[in-house]
Design a protein around this ligand. Structure first.
Ligand code: PLP
Length: 423
């Protein structure tokens, strides 16, 4: 052991993958240690990392297909008996890797939710049809609106009175959607940062008190409001069921004002487990709440999840760069920084670092850091793992959503390959 490495201090937590160790919380049938080597589907992640180099993203497409099929089953099972149809749009802002999007479009399991002209062109270029795309953007300029006006089969939802007014002037008589603000929020573990409404006034959507003006603008331009949209926050699980019901309930006052309504889009925000103790969202219970809020109204209910579909299907592969003690803390460095997956630093939604091939040593505790010159560039603090050697492959789990799509070139450390796994 070199002078700069840390003498491993044994801790109680079982080392992932070690013989006899309890299964780590994130392990599942397609993300598991086999013979001491971490596999995503049939792919040995250590072997993949050594071939393509690190840092690199990998996403397992079949998991996304399974999630979509499960969502369709749950929605059809609860909504059809209540006289409601359903639609799913994937929020491409979560992961827009072109090879993945092209695969997804070809499955014909969902449409695309987009929020900018750039995302519209990207979704079309990857194979999504215009009529399968839903647009809900914010702070739209005149250029954005003129661009959207060209696409007469696109479902556009406007989130402000001024955007509605400008669009009406360009496209009188069109069917339009309104993004409303239900003034109720929801987010992972009650996180205020992840709530898009309900705390203070936010930039997202039209509040109930401005609805008469929205109706007046639409009437003046001969537009029919056929869609209602809201997105109240991100990452919710079953423990947030009450807030979810409150958001749906709040939306009904808006629905009652819209006689031409055909579709209610309840946004995204469905979460995945991020920490030990988090339970996967119970889709049956979730869909039953929707049926009870809107049953009998003869509507189509749309949902536009991002994270739920892709986050736990993807990982970020990194390599250990060094181990070194500073004061009482053992640091483990990686060749991947927070600029490749920003949610841990920005939203406290961890991407847990785990060894691809755990060494057969007692676990020690590490502060795991990246290679960007920012103090917040930390993957984990006081994190137990069998001490890796420099060059060992470290896998950051839950990196399929808002990692590659939000990555920056800060410190010119943004280069990372993306690999699509089909098995
Ligand atoms: C309007 C809208 N729809 C859908 C989403 C997707 O959210 P999530 O990935 O949490 O499902 C977002 C995320 O910001 C959003 O703003």
């Amino acid at each position: 052991m070199s002078e700069t490495t840390v003498a491993p201090t044994a801790v109680q937590d079982a080392a992932p993958g070690a013989a006899g160790a309890a299964a780590p919380w994130w392990q599942r049938s397609d993300l598991a240690y086999r013979h001491g080597r971490l596999h995503l589907g049939t792919t040995d992640l250590d072997a993949l990392a050594r071939k393509v180099g690190t840092p690199a993203y990998a996403i397992r497409a079949p998991r996304v297909g399974e999630k979509l099929r499960g969502l369709h089953r749950a929605m059809a099972g609860a909504l059809e008996p209540a006289g409601l149809d359903h639609r799913i749009y994937y929020a491409i802002k979560a992961n827009r890797t072109p090879q993945f999007l092209s695969w997804l479009a070809a499955q014909r399991l969902c449409g695309a939710d987009i929020c900018s002209p750039g995302e519209l062109l990207h979704a079309l270029s990857c194979g999504f049809r215009e009529e399968d795309i839903s647009f809900t953007g914010t702070s739209l300029g005149r250029g954005d609106i003129a661009f959207l006006a060209r696409f007469d089969r696109l479902a556009v939802n406007f989130d402000s009175l001024s955007a509605l007014e400008r669009f009406g002037a360009l496209c009188p008589g069109r069917e339009v959607g309104l993004r409303i603000n239900p003034d109720r929020g929801i987010g992972y573990g009650g996180s205020e940062m992840l709530q898009y409404s309900g705390i203070e006034a936010t930039k997202f959507g039209i509040y109930l008190d401005r609805m008469p003006e929205a109706l007046e603008i639409a009437a003046r331009h001969g537009m029919k409001i056929t869609r209602l949209h809201f997105h109240a926050g991100c990452g919710y699980l079953d423990r947030e069921a009450e807030q979810f019901a409150a958001v749906l309930d709040a939306s009904r006052a808006f629905i009652d004002m819209l006689p031409d309504l055909k579709l209610v889009n309840i946004g995204g925000g469905l979460g995945v487990p991020h920490r030990k103790g988090d339970k996967p969202l119970d889709l049956g219970r979730w869909a039953a709440a929707i049926a009870s809020a809107y049953g009998g109204r003869g509507l189509t209910i749309a949902v536009e999840p991002g994270d739920f579909l892709v986050k736990d299907a993807g990982v970020l592969l990194a390599s250990a760069t060094y181990r070194e003690r500073r004061k009482d803390t053992a640091f483990l460095g990686l060749d991947a920084g927070f600029n490749l997956a920003m949610e841990p630093a920005f939203y406290d939604l961890p991407c847990e670092p785990v060894p691809a091939v755990p060494r057969d040593w007692p676990a020690a505790r590490f502060t795991v850091v990246g290679n960007v010159n920012e103090a917040l560039d930390k993957w984990a603090v006081d994190h137990p793992m069998p001490p890796p050697e420099p060059g060992d492959v470290i896998v950051l789990v839950n990196a399929g959503g808002y990692a590659a799509s939000m990555r920056s070139d800060h410190c010119l450390r943004g280069a990372a390959e993306s690999v699509l796994l089909l098995d």
